[in-house]
Design a protein around this ligand. Structure first.
Ligand code: ADP
Ligand code: 5GP
Length: 190
């Protein structure tokens, strides 16, 4: 297991549960928390800045980086590749910097294998599958086929909601934000 100094805080949630909205609020208010920018082959959405939301790369580059062992973990999610940069994370943790991750359940399982209990995972649950569907439709960033794949994955991910260190239900955004903030403070102070 790697030696870590900084805290490893992972947010895991089905697509549409409000994770990005909550993460943005957390990024804005915690200056002692660094965001791990993943690599992905998913098309860039409007408003997403390359190198900030993700490092957007094509499949060939992803596979080449993967084969060179540059990822701490990688996964195929909703038919696109996503991976965490090994060098970025190891450097930050070594410097004692707390790092915030946004991973799918496969990524959390890999982190738990690699870092053990030092990796703390917070599951963000939607109040219901219906709420999830209407949030994805209302967000308007994905077409209906993509939304259906995401809903299918969400049903599976929700079966795992009690397997993580914390679970926050995003019913009311203000309340969920408060709860998430206090969980993160607890981890950072532990
Ligand atoms: P994710 O990153 O989990 O895919 P987003 O943060 O993009 O989800 O949220 C999906 C949509 O739901 C967005 O349009 C967002 O504004 C909206 N949303 C987020 N949280 C809530 C909430 N508590 N109640 C209602 N709508 C919400
Ligand atoms: P989105 O395309 O909506 O930004 O993210 C889709 C899914 O990919 C989310 O569940 C998100 O948590 C996951 N994800 C983002 N980055 C990574 C990563 O580096 N590794 C893994 N395993 N999953 C990731």
């Amino acid at each position: 297991m790697a030696q870590t100094e900084g805290k490893i805080i992972i947010i895991v949630a089905p697509s549409g549960s409000g994770k990005s909205t909550l993460i943005q609020k957390i990024k804005d208010e915690f200056n002692k928390l660094e965001w791990s920018v993943s690599f992905t082959t998913r098309p860039q959405r409007e408003g997403e800045v390359d190198g900030v939301a993700y490092n957007f790369i094509d499949k060939e580059e992803f596979e080449s980086r993967r084969d060179k062992n540059e990822f701490l973990e990688w996964a195929l999610v909703h038919q696109n590749y996503y991976g965490t940069s090994k060098i970025f994370v190891e450097e930050k943790l070594k410097q004692g910097i707390n790092v915030l991750f946004d991973l799918d359940v496969q990524g959390v399982d890999s982190f738990k294998e690699y870092f053990g209990d030092k990796a703390k995972a917070i599951f963000i649950a939607p109040p219901s599958i219906d709420a999830l569907k209407s949030r994805l439709l209302q967000r308007g960033t994905d077409d209906i086929e993509v939304i259906n794949v995401r809903l299918e994955n969400a049903r599976k991910e929700l079966l795992r909601k009690d397997d993580f260190d914390y679970c926050v239900v995003n019913d009311d955004i203000g309340r969920a934000h408060e709860e998430l903030r206090s969980v993160i403070l607890e981890i950072m102070e532990s």
